[in-house]
Unconditional design. Structure first.
Length: 248
């Protein structure tokens, strides 16, 4: 499948058959990670590939009992890695915000490339951020040294097609793509009606799902999620400082 067709058909898949990703497929996914663009070409990313079922089960538990991590064939953990740069340049911690932004940029791009490559090969997966609840324990499990911080996870496997749903509706194009300058979509005529129509389409999608149907609109879904993100970040900040990143 070509790249545009693959991207346009994307959906997150969390259920897998248990069949293994073969060596040729895995090599293609790894190539997609390696060839990803890099901020200033400093090659910030180290991707740790986990297939050991005991480790996957433990990571799933530490990530808030996300069973799809335990059940996937391969879990990639995309890390900001300063250790290679330390070795060649002599730089030492503490590392500032620029390092974290570079790592976030590169890990995000590499993770998306890996998922797109996997989907083009008939595989499926889902990007994971919830592992941060157990970030210290997962770092110890994977022996991450100072200078290495996990930023994104990715479950991959052969998808169980019986769980594939219709695509989740996105906000209207004009709310996401803007010409030449920012234009607040709420300021245009008919904005509320357009938004309400989207909210209803989102609700209809959720109600019609084969698995785990819900009555949520995008509004209620977003509000519920944002309410959960207001927890104190002290533990994450302490972890980043321990790993050598201190800009708070």
């Amino acid at each position: 499948m070509d790249a545009v067709a693959t991207i346009k058909q994307h959906q997150s898949l969390r259920n897998f058959t248990g069949a293994a990703i073969n060596r040729e497929q895995m090599t293609a996914i790894e190539d997609a990670i390696i060839q990803t663009s890099s901020t200033c070409f400093l090659q910030w990313v180290t991707a740790i590939k986990i297939r050991d079922k005991n480790k996957l089960a433990l990571i799933a538990e530490l990530s808030g009992h996300q069973v799809h991590i335990a059940n996937c064939d391969t879990f990639f953990l995309f890390c900001l890695d300063v250790t290679k740069l330390e070795h060649i340049s002599g730089i030492r911690p503490p590392y500032g915000l620029r390092f974290l932004i570079g790592g976030l940029n590169d890990c995000s791009a590499a993770c998306q490339n890996a998922l797109t490559a996997a989907e083009s090969l008939g595989l499926g997966g889902v990007i994971i951020g919830g592992y941060k609840a157990g970030i210290k324990e997962i770092s110890d499990l994977l022996k991450l040294p100072k200078g290495v911080v996990p930023l994104l996870g990715l479950c991959l496997g052969v998808p169980d097609e019986s769980y594939r749903e219709a695509q989740k509706p996105r906000l209207p194009r004009s709310w996401l793509i803007m010409e030449e300058e920012f234009s607040n979509p709420w300021d245009k005529e008919g904005a509320q009606a357009e938004y309400d129509a989207y909210d209803q389409a989102f609700k209809s999608y959720y109600q019609s799902r084969k698995h785990n149907p819900q009555d949520d609109t995008w509004t209620s879904s977003a509000q519920a999620y944002l309410g959960k993100t207001l927890k104190p970040a002290a533990a994450i900040i302490a972890y980043l400082k321990e790993q050598g990143f201190d800009f708070f």
